[in-house]
Design a protein around this ligand. Sequence first.
Ligand code: PEP
Ligand code: MG
Length: 906
Amino acid sequence: MKKKRVYTFGNGAAEGRADMKNLLGGKGANLAEMNLIGVPVPPGFTITTEVCTEYNELGRDYVVGLLKEEVEQAVAQIEELTGTKFGDKENPCLVSVRSGSRVSMPGMMDTVLNLGLNDDAVEGIAKKSGNERFAWDSYRRFVQMYGDVVLGMKPQSKEDIDPFEEIMDEVKESKGIELDTDLTTDDLKELVKRFKTAVKENTGNDFPVDPWDQLWGAVCAVFDSWMNERAILYRKMNNIPEEWGTAVNVQAMVYGNMGKTSGTGVAFTRDAATGEDIFNGEYLIDAQGEDVVAGVRTPQQITIEGSRRWAKLQGISEEERAAKYPSLEEALPECAKELIEVQQKLEDYFKDMQDLEFTIQDGKLWLLQTRSGKRTGAAMVKIAIDMLHQGYIDEKTALKRCDAEKLDELLHPVFDKKLLAQAKPLTNGLPASPGAATGQVVFHADEAEEWSKQGKQVILCRIETSPEDLRGMATAQGILTARGGMTSHAAVVARGMGKCCVSAANNVVINYKERTMTIHGKELKEGDWISLNGSTGLVYEGRIETQDAELDADFNELMEIADKYARMDVRTNADTPRDAKVARDFGARGIGLCRTEHMFFEEDKIIPMREMILAKDEEGRRKALEKLLPLQKKDFAGIFRAMDGLPVTVRLLDPPLHEFVPHDEKGQMEMARVMGISYKDIHERVEGLLESNPMLGLRGCRLGNLYPEITEMQARAIMEVAIELKEEGITACPEIMVPLTGIVHEFKAQKDIIENTIQKVFAEKNDSVEYKIGTMIEIPRAALTAHKIAREADFFSFGTNDLTQMTFGYSRDDVAKFLPMYLDKGILKHDPFAVLDQNGVGQLVSMAVQKGREVRPTLKCGICGEHGGEPSSVKFCHTVGLNYVSCSPFRVPIARLAAAQAAIEG
Ligand code: PEP
Ligand code: MG
């Protein structure tokens, strides 16, 4: 059977369904489904995502050949349902051509509206609509959009000028007009003429008059836009595979720009910023599809309630609001009523918060799109829990609905309340994306990137943002715009990124050229500090420090549900009592890695630590270790207290020694004084510690084997404290971990020292506690010989940082020299130090677990490399049967959710 490439829909029938997103893209699949459930949708068809891949592989001409017959039949169906004819002079059929991938990529790909217009068809539309101005306005928009998108006339850089905008400005200036809506029919006719001349001048070709040429041009342009730079960047940032491709949706046009009883808008069935269960959205009267998203005109609210709330935030009186910015419920009550019914129907049907696009043509409502709405992390949790309570979804679905990585937003800082109380608001705007941000003002996206690279905090300030600003937005702390609405580009993208954003800020005038901005007459220059509150929309002068976020009951409920389903425990990597407490509050079930060398960075410990490293002989080392013992005990006591009753894996010293010794003359002189030996001796000792490959040098258990007295001191500190804490009623559950084992004998030698020390402590104290002795698996040889090591070790903890380093042969410290290039070129899909390389490093993990459990079925296995808090890696850990993952405190909730999702997905 011939492969089906085109799926039609219209008039309550459809060839596709909502569950065909992979093939039809999100938009196409839901357009089909909306037809099936009786929502008014203009008829049309979807060209599948598979064709996009064929297009990229086989080329344009071949693919057009493949599609021709099916597309012609589908166009015939639109003609039949609308009673129009493609290319007809009297009754022309006009269509929109839009992209639509599996997941929405707002603003990243191209769209063409009003396709099918030419010098004849415009007359037909004028006659049919009885509105000549509307016909020519549509034609003007079409030539401009087609010229930009299909004929490649859109400026590629900030410096280039859009030829169409230039002509528009000239015409408006010559007529003394400010707004596009003030252009007369004659002005519009002149514009079309001049636009076409510009097309000829720029491209060497006439503007295509044949609607079929126009259609194929637009379809191919949408496929091409899948590979444009900003779409590629967006995919990379959101882990969207290139192979997915985009579908193309061709749909009969409906018009929001046919006068005062027409309009267009975007709406959310719940609040996308807070998750509250209130229908909300924005619309514009007498406007076309992209006008709301573009953020140029001030959009109005759909509901009266929303409109009043908006006016209050903007400082607009009720009289002014009702007169100038009425809600849709006031302006077109019948349409608003139908829209409210439709939104409820869609939410009930899809059982998720929907993001809708609609158009009203002459009093008739049409839905152009519905999709699961993008939302902030806070809204994601609230909607999942509310929908669970409201009976829309079950617990497992609630967990699956939440993106683990996005929880990060909830854990973000807010302003320090005391500082905030003293702060002076400069202005307010729309609370487009919540959170708090403070930084230095920059006006261009590339500068935001540049300054961020230099370690500066920046706030990107723009009149309005466009998809080209994406990179700059990603690196900025926050985004401020002078124009736009809650659904304009900046708001939607910032929300998706979890970036604080205030849009449409009042009385903000930005001068890009001078790099200045005035807010209520106060001038701010590039580099000045401002602070944004994306939850209230307030903009403050100066720098306001931030503090940790507070979590609410919905979050706690989600976490509790997660724990119910997760099979793996989540522990934390913590070296201080403070971090341990934060992690425990976030739900950590113990410490999976306490890096003891981190305890020695503090002022009071660095000197004896240096003495120990620089000591000439065992005697010198023992002297230094005696000083360190009480300090270590204090550290361990704090951590055991914070983790009372939960396991604490303490890793024996694993320092790159050279990092701990002074390299400057002053520091070396001080050590000479402290140790009572000559500067020359110290200097020589420091030089002697230099290694060509410190990461592969005297680290981990090699150090403990070379200087057993270090291991002895640490084992003693741990066990003495564990016993002493009993008096306080604290239960310490120490797990002593040997780092960097490669050979079982290395581990065994360390274990013997630890055991001997423990027995001595028990005898001295005449008491005992439970303990375990295990090892990290972070050297490939250890993974390969895991069955031997497991005979000796109580547990394995995978140190995937080192395991990645040694499996790839990439130095952890130097990888940045070439990694960005590898990622750019696609040689690597992810940074393997952030996302576990499941095919390579993962195989070693999986094999070591298996081999280890063959000889010790109860072997406890965990991971403590950075991957322990990364959702896809956590899921892998579940699959290979680890007992726990361990990650930094702020990643604990993310890992808990990811662990539950892994268990549900099985
Ligand atoms: C590891 O190697 O994965 C690990 C956790 O240890 P460190 O990062 O301290 O080397
Ligand atoms: Mg390591």
